[in-house]
Design a protein around this ligand. Structure first.
Ligand SMILES: Cc1cc2nc3c(=O)[nH]c(=O)nc-3n(C[C@H](O)[C@H](O)[C@H](O)COP(=O)(O)OP(=O)(O)OC[C@H]3O[C@@H](n4cnc5c(N)ncnc54)[C@H](O)[C@@H]3O)c2cc1C
Length: 420
């Protein structure tokens, strides 16, 4: 697809980044991009998507990324570049397919609670690491938060402190008994292997001590996954209902215990905001498509890009990409440098993470829409993949509490709001 992207060039600051980007780009250009046109129809079966995912996660080994070295993984959670390296990987994967990037990111999302310094739970790492490293299959991790009565309230931890969580965890001897109904978690719809389940030990309580994060292997009796939903985009991510009916797991499957589960769950949320890259990757690819289109397509004898009105729009699109990337890599740096910016679970970091992701998702969607307008009818033609990226980026605005929670978490910190 023409010359190298200027966006990859200006971020290649270390040999590790160059290497990781090159590996993923080779996979993207040979395995995913030639086939992604057909992913929408593959949303249920995953006949095309599953082999592409396996090539990334197992053959290239990326599913080991979060696991500590002593348990056979790549140790990313134990480094000072977890968020930054995640951004390199997710951006490159999302350039090919944002749904695969989401599924990939969520595979290691549940392990953040126990595999990231300074709160590594070695017993739980020893228990679950082999699932990810000693296998020739993709392993699907899940963070199950959203419930039928609303996902935003559950993620609104600084205001509601778990008050609306309906999924219960009751201690019975040396076992937790989990009951509840979750909706929409990524990597469900029959795929899930390991859940991190957000529960309450005291329904209705607004005490952080009663928020529990409990690991549940998907093959535990009492766990039922419903069928995948058919949704607008991101076919490579399956979402569905999950029911937990008298599910019993050992008591030590709780991540850390009263108070600490709620605290580190906030870190799961802030690191989750690196999902800004799931919007940036697609619009970087839209730029590549647009560059070819505007050079080749002529209007009144001149390439499209040489017309003032079009050039102005093109410049806005790349400005949006540049600023989105600058903001996202700044966020990654702040998440990685806790010594300088404080813990990832602070309201300040949450506000910075939410506002960055909100801004980036909006800006990338706007850029994609501009690209469609410039391309005219071709922008809506599925053969060009731009409308696919547009649908995928739209999804990125909706999850993690949607735009309103991002606004509330942001305003709460910057304006000292007391009732939001
Ligand atoms: C592609 C995709 C992947 C997802 N992955 C996961 C996952 O991995 N794990 C998981 O648990 N969930 C996941 N979800 C669910 C997602 O996190 C929730 O949809 C989201 O948190 C919003 O929750 P809700 O849909 O229940 O909407 P609600 O919380 O019911 O909100 C409905 C509307 O009200 C707005 N709103 C909420 N609170 C307020 C308020 N106080 N004031 C004003 N407006 C408000 C919301 O922004 C929204 O517009 C995923 C969803 C999608 C689309």
């Amino acid at each position: 697809m023409g010359k190298e992207s200027p966006f990859s060039k200006n971020m290649t600051s270390s040999p590790a980044e160059t290497y990781i980007r090159r590996i993923i780009r080779d996979w993207a250009d040979t395995v995913v991009i030639p086939m992604r046109r057909h992913y929408d129809e593959d949303w249920h079966e995953h006949r095309l998507i599953e082999p592409a995912f396996k090539a990334l996660m197992v053959d290239l080994g990326f599913q080991k990324a979060m696991i500590p070295a002593e348990f056979g993984g790549w140790n990313f959670g134990n480094t000072d570049y977890l968020a930054t390296a995640s951004a390199w990987m997710f951006e490159e994967v999302a350039r090919a397919d944002s749904g695969i990037a989401l599924a990939f990111g969520v595979c290691y999302w549940p392990m953040i609670m126990v595999a990231v310094k300074p709160h590594i739970n070695r017993r739980l790492c020893a228990e679950f690491a082999p699932m990810f490293v000693d296998t020739d299959k993709p392993v699907y991790g899940v963070v199950a938060m959203t419930e039928p009565q609303g996902g935003s309230d559950i993620e609104n931890l600084d205001l509601l402190h778990g008050q609306t969580i309906k999924t219960t965890a009751r201690l019975d001897g040396d076992e937790w008994v989990v009951n509840g109904h979750k909706l929409w978690p990524t990597n469900t719809g029959g795929l899930a292997d390991l859940f991190g389940v957000v529960c309450t030990t005291k329904p209705g309580s607004d005490d952080d001590e009663d928020v529990a994060y409990i690991y549940v292997p998907a093959d535990t009796p009492g766990v039922t996954q419903g069928n995948a939903y058919e949704k607008a985009g991101m076919a490579a991510d399956k979402n569905g209902d999950v029911w937990f009916e008298d599910v019993r797991v050992p008591s030590w499957y709780r991540a850390h215990g009263p108070g600490l589960d709620a605290l580190y769950l906030k870190e799961v949320l802030t690191l989750g905001m690196m999902s800004a890259t799931f919007s940036i990757g697609p619009v970087m690819n839209v730029y590549e498509i647009l560059r070819d289109f505007c050079s080749q397509k002529t209007l009144n004898g001149k390439p499209l890009k040489e017309h003032d009105a079009i050039a102005a729009e093109l410049s806005e699109i790349v400005a949006g990409i540049e600023v989105s990337r600058a903001a996202t890599y700044r966020l990654a740096m702040m998440l990685d440098r806790q010594d300088k910016y404080g813990p990832r679970w602070s309201p300040e970091i949450l506000a910075k993470a939410r506002s960055t992701k909100m801004f980036v998702a909006d800006k990338c969607l706007e850029g994609c829409e501009k690209a469609m307008e410039i391309m005219g009818a071709y922008g809506a033609d599925r053969d060009w993949d731009v409308e696919k990226h547009w649908r995928d980026i739209k999804m990125g605005q909706l999850y993690e509490g949607g735009k309103q929670l991002a606004q509330m978490d942001t305003a709460r910190y910057y304006f000292d709001c007391e009732t939001l």
